[in-house]
Structures are given as structure tokens and as C-alpha cells.
Design a binder for this molecule. Structure first.
Ligand code: SF4
Ligand code: SF4
Length: 294
């Protein structure tokens, strides 16, 4: 993983719901871009369940980086229970009851903004590092790397960890491929917000269409260019295609539903970095990315 002088081109792979095959698209696309001689880094931002690295049978695992958030701790000896910190905390993460000389920081609500430390004029607050997860770097080849954010069990700091993953990989490859968390909540938005291009992965079923529409709304509001990649093509109805046509949304590719492939995936039998029988399904998408890189 080397620093590139040019700014990285960022592609986010997202989907309105889980189970659409978003990770297989991320892995196949990263492989194919790499075989097209692009220095590529795949960042798994599905931090609650990262599994991109599992697809690569040969990899070198680097030392993990522990990630922390700063949570305030109040010293009851110095605290005057004035309540300023609780007043300034936008996340209701501090409770102060002056009469009872009671103070509590609710670490699960704290967003580590630091406002309480700034506002306390009595030096009663110090910030303590709390672990939220780790970043694991796998080297597949010199010019193909995978980085996974791995959230600590019980932590709700998905967005903070995704931010730390983004800082860790910033400009470290010509192309950064982000495997976004499923759904359309804050962690997905955080992942796709500064992408140069978003690939929305879906399946042509009524549920797939419903969730795709939600994801399309999000990326339109963010103003990021996007297209749709259909997995499990052949299942369901034509309504998905009618929607794409009516909304003039670019169809970037389709992978037909294949029971053998689905069971291979379910059994954890993996793809490889060598030529893949799937390559042809990704050609249009790769060409579209090349057009955007030029
Ligand atoms: S602002 Fe400082 S002194 Fe006032 S309640 Fe908060 S910690 Fe205590
Ligand atoms: S760091 Fe920010 S979010 Fe956390 S308790 Fe202080 S003011 Fe609230």
C-alpha cells in the first residue's frame, strides 16, 4: 500500500438492503480493476460484519490498528455541578443533578465532539480513550489491498469507525472501492457521501425494488453520480427495469442468478484474484469507471 500523488478515484458499492451480493460485486470489481493495471484498494466499511478479505485465498495479514473514541470523564472533586457541560452536549450524553451532586456520562450516546471539555471552566473533564474496534489491512499483491473496519461487539460507533477507515486509506491507491454497509442509515451515508461514483447493487424482486428506490433517493440527495448493478437477474419481474428506464438510471451490468454460484458462496468457497468466469458481467461497469477516470 503506497501513497499515490494523485487523488484517489472513489467508488462506493451500496445497496438498500442486505443480501443483494454487494460484497461479491465489490470483490469482483476490485479484482478486475486490478487486472486492468489499476492500483486498487478495497475498503470494507460494513464494519459490523466485514467479510471482503474472506474472498481472497492468498493474503498477507498485517498488524491490526486499534481504534478509539474519546469519552469524557468527570472528576467529582473538581466538578461544581454547574450543568454547563450537559447544556452544551447536543447528544444528551451528560446528566448533572446539582442538588444530589450527581454526574454521569452516557458513553453510548457520546459522539466525542469535545464540546463539554471546552465549556467546562473548572478543569473537571478529561477525555479517555475507549476502544471501538480495529482496522485490519490485508496485502493481496503490491497493487491490490483490502482494508476492513471491524466494530467492537457492543459498540454503536459505526460511523466513527468508518471515518477512521477512510483516514487510514486516504489516497493510498489509484482507485478506492468502498463496500458500504447495507441500508440507507448514517453509516451508509457516511461511506458514499464523498464518493466519485456509486454503484447500487440490487436484485429484480419487489423487495429489491422497494429498497433500491430508498437508496436512489439518498444518492440523489447527496448529488453523487450513480448507476445500478443487478444481481440474480432472471429472478422476479421486469418492474425493476421499467423503473430504471422511467427514471433514466444507468444499468451498469447484470449477473444472472446461478444456483451453483449461490451455494458456492454459502459454503464459503471463494473467488480468486485470477481470471474469473464472472469477468464478462463486469466489463461495462469497468468501462464506465475508465471513462470517468479519464
Ligand atoms: S461543566 Fe464542568 S464543572 Fe460544570 S458540571 Fe460539567 S464537569 Fe462539572
Ligand atoms: S464529547 Fe460531545 S457528545 Fe460526548 S459528552 Fe461531551 S459534549 Fe456530549
Amino acid at each position: 500500500m503506497t501513497n499515490s500523488k494523485k487523488m484517489s478515484f472513489k467508488i462506493a458499492i451500496a445497496s438498500g438492503k442486505g443480501g443483494t451480493g454487494k460484497t461479491t460485486v465489490s470483490v469482483n470489481l476490485s479484482n478486475l480493476l486490478n487486472r486492468n493495471r489499476y492500483n486498487t484498494l478495497l475498503a470494507d466499511c460494513d464494519v459490523e460484519e466485514p467479510n471482503s478479505a474472506l474472498f481472497f485465498s492468498e493474503k498477507q495479514e498485517m498488524e491490526p490498528k486499534e481504534c478509539f473514541q474519546k469519552i469524557p470523564e468527570i472528576d467529582s472533586e473538581k466538578c461544581t455541578f454547574c450543568g454547563k457541560c450537559a447544556e452544551y452536549c447536543e447528544f444528551n450524553a451528560i446528566s448533572i443533578i446539582k442538588n444530589l451532586k450527581y454526574q454521569k456520562v452516557h458513553s453510548d450516546l457520546c459522539h466525542s465532539c469535545g464540546a463539554c471539555s471546552v465549556v467546562c471552566k473548572h478543569g473537571a473533564i478529561k477525555e479517555i480513550d475507549h476502544p471501538i474496534g480495529s482496522i485490519q489491512h490485508y496485502r493481496i499483491k503490491d497493487d491490490l489491498n483490502v482494508v476492513e473496519g471491524r466494530l467492537k461487539i457492543g459498540s454503536a460507533m459505526q460511523t466513527m469507525l468508518i471515518n477512521q477507515v477512510k483516514e487510514f486509506i486516504d489516497n493510498k491507491a489509484e482507485i478506492l472501492v468502498f463496500d458500504a454497509p447495507p441500508g440507507t442509515s448514517c453509516p451508509m451515508v457516511e461511506t458514499v457521501a464523498d464518493a466519485d461514483f456509486v454503484v447500487l447493487v440490487t436484485e429484480p424482486t419487489p423487495f429489491g425494488l422497494y429498497d433500491l428506490k430508498l437508496a436512489v433517493d439518498v444518492v440523489k440527495q447527496l448529488g453523487v453520480p450513480f448507476g445500478v448493478f443487478v444481481n440474480k437477474a432472471g429472478l422476479g419481474t421486469d418492474k425493476m427495469y421499467e423503473y430504471l428506464k422511467a427514471e433514466e438510471i444507468m444499468l451498469l451490468g447484470e449477473v444472472p442468478f446461478d444456483r451453483n454460484y449461490a451455494s458456492k458462496y454459502a459454503e464459503g468457497k471463494l473467488l480468486d484474484t485470477k481470471e474469473s468466469s464472472m469477468d464478462s458481467y463486469y466489463e461495462y461497469l469497468v468501462d464506465e469507471i475508465k471513462r470517468r477516470l479519464n
